[in-house]
Design a protein around this ligand. Structure first.
Ligand SMILES: Nc1ncnc2c1ncn2[C@@H]1O[C@H](COP(=O)(O)OP(=O)(O)OP(=O)(O)O)[C@@H](O)[C@H]1O
Length: 298
């Protein structure tokens, strides 16, 4: 469990994180989302004690990160700026971390296998691709078999195979009862990986909800309509309050009326309908709608 309470981080006169409170529960993947500069990395750094809050508190497994005697065994983190000694082999990098925490070399080989780096374990980390570097960072995060896992943009640099691997890994960690907090800008990936979302903008909480509730709450659904009487049906639906966006004359999207109403209106107007397909808004639609006011850099 991660608990942030009225967390504030100020840089100069600017609040990067502004009165942020949320709880990340175990047993599910929680996506941490927000536009560039929203304060995600700053919040994650405060969770793992790399930055000190200006005010407020954040605890992991009941106490501030710094108060854990073996933090690597409580909280595993991959942060953007995670340092790797470029001259060391992947295995030696992990061994060095393991030794400071009384973790066995057997566990090092185990996590190397888990992240798919067993074959390159004796290669220098400095020569790794972005994706391999991410895998090594994830291995380090999992080294202490922690109950809480925090990953900042772990999808960056992974190929499609790696993206799928990571998705399964995160879901597996959650199923084992761990607390998993992961930031990402890839909404389509978050939609299939995370159950819960914490969304921030300009340092403030915008939503703390499930993926499906967010889509229901913010996203406007639409209906794809195909008709040989497209122009007449379009006019009819607009007169009844629909917002119509055209694809081609006989095929368009109608928002603001459900499929049943559109079908009934078409029947009453004597207009043929060949297709009515309800479309649920995507997480990306809902996210963009929610964060529209909070985007700082365009
Ligand atoms: N060390 C620092 N000194 C001054 N300002 C900082 C510092 N670190 C972060 N900031 C500012 O704090 C704000 C939040 O930055 P942060 O990196 O936490 O955002 P983010 O949500 O992780 O963004 P991104 O999605 O682009 O990674 C930004 O305006 C950033 O410029």
């Amino acid at each position: 469990m991660i608990e942030a309470h009225a967390l504030i981080k100020r840089y100069g006169d600017r609040r990067a994180v502004d009165e942020l409170s949320f709880i990340v529960k175990p047993g599910q993947v929680t996506g941490f989302l927000g536009p560039n500069g929203a304060g995600k990395s700053t919040t994650m750094r405060m969770i793992v004690g790399l930055d000190r809050p200006t005010a407020g508190t954040v605890t992991v497994a009941g106490r501030p990160y710094r108060e854990h005697t073996a933090p690597l065994c409580q909280v595993g983190a991959l942060l953007e700026a995670t340092a790797v000694h470029r001259g060391r082999t992947a295995r030696n990098h992990l061994l060095a971390l393991a030794q400071t925490h009384g973790i066995s070399s057997r566990r090092v080989d185990e996590v190397l296998g888990l992240v798919g780096l067993a074959d390159v374990a004796r290669r220098r980390a400095g020569g790794f691709s972005l994706g391999m570097g991410q895998r090594l960072g994830i291995a380090a995060a999992l080294l202490g078999d922690p109950a809480v896992v925090i990953l900042d943009e772990p999808v960056n640099g992974l190929d499609p195979d790696g993206v799928r691997w990571l998705r399964d890994l995160l879901k597996g960690l959650a199923t084992e009862g761990r607390t998993v907090l992961v930031s990402s800008h890839l909404m389509s990936e978050m939609a299939v990986t995370a159950e819960h979302l914490v969304i921030i903008g300009r340092g403030r909480l915008l939503a703390d909800t499930t993926v499906s509730d967010l889509i229901d709450r913010v996203g406007v659904g639409s209906v794809l309509v195909r008709s040989p009487n497209g122009a007449d049906l379009r006019d009819l639906l607009v007169r009844h309050g629909a917002e119509v966006t055209g694809v081609e004359p006989g095929l368009f999207q109608a928002a603001g009326l459900d499929a049943a109403t559109i079908g009934d209106l078409a029947l009453a107007g004597g207009l043929a309908v060949h297709e009515l397909t309800p479309r649920r808004a995507s997480l990306e639609d809902a996210y963009l709608e929610l964060t529209r006011e909070a985007v700082e850099y365009r």
